[in-house]
Write a protein that binds this ligand. Sequence first.
Ligand SMILES: Nc1ncnc2c1ncn2[C@@H]1O[C@H](COP(=O)(O)OP(=O)(O)OP(=O)(O)O)[C@@H](O)[C@H]1O
Length: 306
Amino acid sequence: MQPDISVKHLSKVYGDGFQALKDINLEINRGEIFALLGPNGAGKTTLISIICGIVNLSQGTVEAAGHDIVKDYRKARQSIGLVPQELNTDSFETVWDAVSFSRGLFGKAPKPAHIEKVLKDLSLWDKRNNRIMSLSGGMKRRVMIAKALSHEPQILFLDEPTAGVDVELRRDMWDMVRKLRENGVTIILTTHYIEEAEEMADRIGVIRQGEIILVEDKSQLMSKLGKKELRLQLQSKLNRMPGQLTLEPIELSDDGYELIYTFDSQQEQAGVARLLRTLGDLGIEYRDLQTRESSLEEIFVGLVHE
Ligand SMILES: Nc1ncnc2c1ncn2[C@@H]1O[C@H](COP(=O)(O)OP(=O)(O)OP(=O)(O)O)[C@@H](O)[C@H]1O
């Protein structure tokens, strides 16, 4: 299947000589949720802005829904909806008018039935005759999404969709994004809430200093780079690590009451069984044990600070 977005050897040098993107190669498949992660200034917004035709590329090619974003600008742009980071909603217009007008900007004929569907899907139908400036922050954010969907794009970019949004609205947005994906829309989101990528994304791309350093299936990434930890609370204090355990990746807590064993998520459980057997042989008893997996956040921090 042809990817919905295809980026080949893309570089960007800004007017002041700063190279913001270096030889980016990336394919995003139809109907997936792709999370683009990276520290501040890594080049996320630059990459999105180039794909959306807002910033010119320096080198390379980009196709959106099969259309070259330079040679076939109009068609490429029509296939994309963008929800920018900045909310731009100090508008006297009504919700209905603003969303309908957005559609017109893409040269598409009016289609009230589609606008109605978008507003209903985003729980904005009751507010359709309200002025945008009178809405709450969360509702304004929904209006931004409705505008981005007004022209029936195949691809939707969400740049920091839930920055400054409360937990409840964030969950609503996640549900809504999943619904869009079920309808076949390809979604690319950037986020600083790694938890959001962990919850939502099918695949994760990590960008650092203008380079894509990793693209991976989320679940594979978590099992490949993730660590598991087993913590054992001991019945009685250990003054030092027994010699039989010194070869294991194991630590003794400062107070001597806890053993912490770290292993790769992919590794089979043999190490755990061996450890528990050794403890039994040594007569070390524990009163409780817990296991914990590393979060995407920990994996991400490890990656970008390497
Ligand atoms: N118009 C410009 N001229 C020169 N440099 C720029 C311009 N726009 C962005 N940059 C630089 O390019 C780099 C990438 O910026 P970009 O906004 O793409 O990063 P980002 O990953 O989106 O960061 P954030 O997470 O902070 O939004 C930064 O170092 C930034 O200072």
